[in-house]
Design a binder for this molecule. Structure first.
Ligand code: HEM
Length: 214
């Protein structure tokens, strides 16, 4: 008896896959393109307490070709978020990964990789027309977890990552993130939060297969 919604055949890919990713991204469709944020706010841990830091960012979200895992079909965006402090050019935060949506189940995934040597897989669920969606990752989970290199794991243990995305009517969108850290020597968990609103500076690209097929 099958334990998954995909049947017993874990190898055969779906037939007749629509190669136009932009038409199948569900709630993620509006995120495709190049974006700019000028009013970000970061709260991060410093030795003498929380630091509140305004930030600027550019966000590129590029449609990828449809991705199958045997019978499972995912559509998605590859992203790069590059954050600076106002007036500076160097990275204040640099993040890459994928946003993925599974039309058959409404499952949403975000992969997060940052150059602290830390990687997250967050998951959630949303309908195709959702204007707000939330994804969560929890340390220790093998389905939606967080892995960190040994120094971070010891000194700044990341317990949970949560992101809420809201799509606005004027072709802008916002995110609110809460990364919960257990910091060595501190009794209470620290809420490392980031929020920003993104306005469009570039149109969505089409994915390679859709471009090739005209
Ligand atoms: C816009 C988003 C983000 C910005 C601007 C940002 C910025 C920062 C800054 C400035 C620090 C303190 C660095 C230091 O003093 O050395 C920090 C610490 C940290 N951040 Fe972020 N961060 C963001 C998102 C994230 C995300 C998504 C994660 C992981 C899911 C993350 C994980 C951490 C960890 C584990 C630390 C503790 C390490 C340390 O303080 O050296 N951050 N972040």
């Amino acid at each position: 008896m099958s334990q998954t919604p995909y049947g017993d055949d874990i190898y055969t890919e779906p037939a007749d896959v629509d190669v136009d990713t932009l038409a199948n991204l569900g709630p993620l469709a509006r995120l495709a393109g190049r974006w700019q944020g000028t009013r970000g706010l970061d709260v991060n841990p410093k030795a003498d307490g929380p630091e509140r830091q305004p930030y600027l960012e550019t966000f590129d979200l590029v449609p990828i070709d449809p991705q199958t895992n045997g019978p499972q079909l995912l559509y998605g965006l590859r992203y790069h978020q590059f954050v600076t402090k106002p007036g500076e050019v160097g990275a204040y935060h640099d993040q890459v990964g994928f946003w993925l949506w599974e039309p058959a189940t409404g499952a949403l995934y975000q992969t997060v990789s940052i150059p602290r040597a830390q990687t997250v897989l967050a998951s959630g669920r949303a309908s195709a027309d959702a204007r707000r969606f939330e994804l969560v990752a929890t340390r220790g989970s093998t389905a939606n977890g967080i892995v960190s290199q040994p120094f971070l794991e010891q000194a700044f243990t990341t317990l949970e990552y949560r992101i809420v995305v809201t799509l606005h009517d004027d072709d802008s969108w916002s995110y609110e993130e809460d990364t919960v850290l257990r910091i060595l020597g501190q009794a209470e968990p620290f809420h490392h939060t980031d929020r920003s609103t993104l306005t469009r500076i570039g149109a969505p690209q089409r994915n390679p297969l859709a471009r090739a097929r005209g």
